[in-house]
Design a protein around this ligand. Structure first.
Ligand SMILES: [Zn+2]
Length: 397
């Protein structure tokens, strides 16, 4: 490997990110910038061989936008909440396509990442509640400052949220501590979100694999999305935590599902968004079925159908990259038709085979990156049947 590529998402999410002192094995290197300064390429004097290691260091500075207009406001300081998504130089994924780097479309997720371990030390004013990925290992206060150390991993990303307004509400399930950080007056919504999350962890734990961490943290933020998934963390937009919000249960069940499909089993979220989004929509349907019975899942199935209906049930393939869809198609196909595909696949394979296949798919791709081909192969291996016709009808162009 003659170079290493880093994503500087701060430069395309409305703020500015500056890098200095890029250092490889103790030697200062001059990097190159491209893709509107969102891609940093570090050339290596001596190519990195397989199984070999290097030490790479750099300083970086990020100025965060004070608005939530770009990419759902994942990286913003707004309304007393600091949301720091992808706020450090992230190593791009090198796969059979080579380095994966492009300017992500506004409608989808921005990252595609491998698993990593993180040790993060945060220094902040004492009056601010900090919520970070992984576990809080150390917490010191001195004067009006606090220093917190987090350790996380394996995870695909490190996320940090902070607010002087955050109160915390807690629940335990199956050895997992669930916490919801939000404003005091949203206690009722936060607690019902935690009930949903606890049931979702039980449902997905039985159906796919045990939840892989000991903690799951929720934060309310002013994001334009209903919810956004991070490893072991979930951001929920504040307005749906208000009393009697129809969207809360489906959103929480969906975002918890991403802990299996996106984090535990990774995928290229820009090229194959259906592998995490459509499958997570189907997982959400299973959450409603397992919690309330067939009739209880009718509402969510209608949601899937309604999305597809809203683009006239057009048979656009589910397996396209985010950039190939218009916003309406992305919702209708990837979030609507894609969820229904997995029901059709279950019908085709038989329920017993389907349940075993999903478990095997998760087990065989856990901590790794899945592909559409791996998913189809795992399904065919289980049913001993040829599924190309159904994949061609629904997924592949
Ligand atoms: Zn999603």
């Amino acid at each position: 490997m003659k170079e290493i590529k880093f994503r500087l998402f701060g430069n395309i999410l409305g703020g500015e990110m500056h890098v200095a002192e890029v250092n490889v094995n103790g030697e200062v290197i001059t990097p190159n910038y491209s893709l509107n300064d969102s891609l940093l390429t570090v050339p290596l004097k001596n190519p990195l061989q397989p199984k070999d290691t290097i030490t790479l260091s750099m300083d970086f500075e990020l100025e965060v936008p004070q608005s939530v207009e770009l990419n759902y406001g994942v990286q913003a300081y707004y309304d007393d909440v600091l949301a720091l998504a992808h706020a450090y130089p992230m190593i791009a994924v090198y796969d059979d396509e080579g380095w994966n780097a492009e300017i992500p479309p506004q409608s989808g997720d921005v990252t595609y990442a491998d698993m990593s371990f993180f040790i993060v030390t945060v220094e902040a004013p004492k009056g601010v509640t900090l919520v970070g990925s992984g576990r809080e290992i150390n917490h010191n206060e001195s004067g009006n400052r606090q220093t917190v150390r987090y350790e996380a991993g394996p995870v695909r990303d490190f996320y940090l949220a902070a607010s002087p307004e955050y109160e915390v509400f807690t629940k335990e399930v199956d050895g997992v501590t669930l916490r919801f950080y939000t404003r005091d007056y949203l206690q009722a919504g936060a607690e019902s979100a935690l009930d949903v999350a606890a049931r979702a962890i039980e449902v997905y734990g039985k159906r796919y694999a045990p939840y892989p961490y000991t903690e799951l943290d929720f934060v309310s933020t002013p994001t334009y999305a209903l919810g956004i998934e991070y490893p072991g963390m979930i951001a929920i937009t504040e307005w749906i935590v208000e009393p009697d919000q129809f969207y809360l249960e489906g959103t929480v069940a969906h975002e918890v599902g991403h802990q299996w499909f996106y984090n535990l089993v990774g995928n290229d979220q820009l090229d194959d968004p259906w592998l995490d989004e459509s499958l997570t929509q189907f997982a959400t349907l299973q959450y409603f079925t397992d919690t309330y019975g067939q009739s209880g899942s009718a509402g969510f199935r209608q949601d899937l159908e309604g999305r597809w209906n809203s683009i006239g049930q057009e048979e656009i393939p589910v397996g396209l990259p985010v950039k190939e869809y218009s916003n309406e198609e992305y919702s209708g196909i990837v979030y609507g038709r894609g969820g229904l595909f997995f029901e059709a696949l279950r019908e085709e394979m038989g329920e017993e085979n389907f349940d075993v296949f999903i478990k095997n798919y998760v087990k065989n791709n856990a901590w790794d990156i899945a592909t559409p081909e791996k998913l189809q192969t795992a399904a065919e291996a289980q049913c001993g049947c040829n599924l190309t016709p159904i994949f061609e009808k629904w997924i592949f162009p």
